[in-house]
Design a protein around this ligand. Structure first.
Ligand code: UD1
Length: 418
């Protein structure tokens, strides 16, 4: 794959319309869940991004037949066959870990290279493994391989030590076919979990408590394959919404059918003085590019999402007051400030808290993307800086944004691939 460099110039205003792509973090567990049925599943509004491409390759290793046309993904699991999934592929994607549950459900065994993904922190999988063990699975990590097996999956009572999104998804996908009843306590409640539960329910699963922190699941054996219409990507929408904090904007974000999943993000930008209004089929965003700062903290849903933290730090450089931003989920999210320093920005940092200063004069430079959301933040930082900036390592951005350059061009930004 040719790694394109993004060239971005100072952008004084954003004006235009863009349609928000389908959600990455929703579609990846749904793709894994198709293994729980033996049939053809059609997934509409699937984003055409690198992470989806890698998940397709992983499913193809299991002999699933896959086609993707115009954002419609078709997965045929009728003739799937067990295979060990190699580290060379699993290490490209954190969500490869989500195949553990469905593979155990389908074949009662699994051998999978350790998951990879963005370098935003340690990202252990102990919560997944502890949950599986409670469901009668003998599972462990040796070197760079996770190996698990079970005679039969048995439901049980599982208390998560932290509401991990991935562990919640894995354990739900296992419990829906396990023997008896499973009670999952302390689960994540992110919109992606609600979407997964509703999808599994349409496949025939029996799940109570959707959207709360206790799920009660009655195992039903095999499920029936089912279609799914993917929701919009709330983090991509949040990226463009946050750009309006730093750059005077009059933009419309289409494809946001229900703002429920974005309420937390909209609330925060509205408090900063951005005018956000939900119209019939779009979100209208207007700003003057000068906002008040404040104190912000990421957290589990419905708090402010950790994925948007690098973008929040970036745009708050343009706020009129000092801001304080605390990251509580991933230890490396603050690494963005090393790259922002190349533009002339300085921050006060203590542990996982960063404090912005005022009156930044940013000057374009060459910036290196090291993870998905940090990469998107650097693109926005380039739009806020005098002169030209170049963002390299854009393969990270391609993992989650279908085409950030095209989207921002539609919003009137001075941006292109070079
Ligand atoms: C998912 C999202 C990611 C988002 C994150 C938190 C996907 C594909 N990715 O990642 O975009 O930023 O949720 O909202 O949906 N942890 C453990 N042990 C475990 C599992 C997690 O200690 O077994 C820790 C992690 O290191 C991290 C925290 O729990 O500090 C949250 O991780 P988790 O919720 O599992 O995130 P992911 O599912 O990987």
């Amino acid at each position: 794959m040719v790694m394109k460099v993004i060239c971005v110039k100072k952008t004084d205003t954003l004006k235009g319309n863009v349609t928000i792509q389908g959600s990455k973090n929703t579609v990846l567990p749904i793709m894994a869940a198709t293994l729980l049925g033996s049939g053809v599943s059609v997934i509409y509004n699937c984003p055409m991004i690198e992470d989806v491409a890698v998940m397709c390759q992983l499913l193809e290793c299991l002999k699933a037949k896959i086609t993707m046309e115009n954002h419609t993904l078709t997965i045929d699991t009728r003739n799937v066959q067990y295979a060990a999934l190699p580290c060379s592929l699993t290490s490209k994607l954190r969500s490869s870990v989500l195949l553990l549950g469905p593979m155990l459900a389908r074949w009662k065994k699994v051998e999978l290279g350790v998951p990879g993904g963005c370098a935003i922190g340690l990202r252990p999988i102990d919560i997944h493994l502890q949950g599986f063990r409670k469901m009668n699975v003998d599972i462990d990590v040796q070197g760079d391989v996770v190996t698990g097996s079970t005679y039969y999956l048995q439901g049980g009572v599982i208390q998560l030590r932290f509401p991990s999104v991935g562990a919640t998804e894995n354990l739900i996908m296992t419990a829906v076919v396990a023997k008896g009843r499973t009670i999952l306590r302390g689960v994540a409640k992110e919109p992606e979990i609600i979407e997964l539960c509703n999808y599994l329910i349409s496949m025939g699963a029996l799940i109570e408590g959707v959207g709360t922190d206790i799920l009660t699941i009655k195992g039903t054996g095999q499920l029936s394959s089912c279609d799914y219409c993917n929701t919009y990507d709330r983090i991509v929408a949040g990226t463009y919404l946050l750009a309006a904090v730093a750059i005077p904007s009059d933009i419309r974000l289409y494809g946001i059918d229900d703002i429920g999943y974005m309420k937390n993000i909209i609330h925060i930008v509205s408090d900063m003085g951005i005018n956000v209004i939900k119209r019939d089929n779009y979100l209208s965003v207007q700003s003057f590019g000068k906002v008040s700062g404040g104190s912000f903290r990421t957290g589990i849903y419905p708090d402010f999402p950790t994925d948007l933290l690098p973008i929040l730090i970036t745009v708050l450089m343009q706020a009129e007051q000092v801001s304080r931003i605390e990251e509580t989920i991933f230890e490396n999210r603050l690494s963005i400030i090393r790259e922002l320093a190349k533009l002339g920005a300085t921050f006060d940092v203590l542990d996982r808290v960063v404090q912005t200063r005022c009156n930044y004069r940013l000057c374009g430079n060459t910036l290196v993307a090291t993870d998905l959301r940090q990469g998107a933040a650097l693109v926005i930082a380039g739009m806020m800086s005098e002169g030209k900036s170049f963002v390299t390592n854009t393969r990270y951005i391609a993992r989650g944004y279908e085409d950030i350059v095209k989207d921002l061009q539609k919003l009137g930004a001075n941006i292109e691939y070079v």
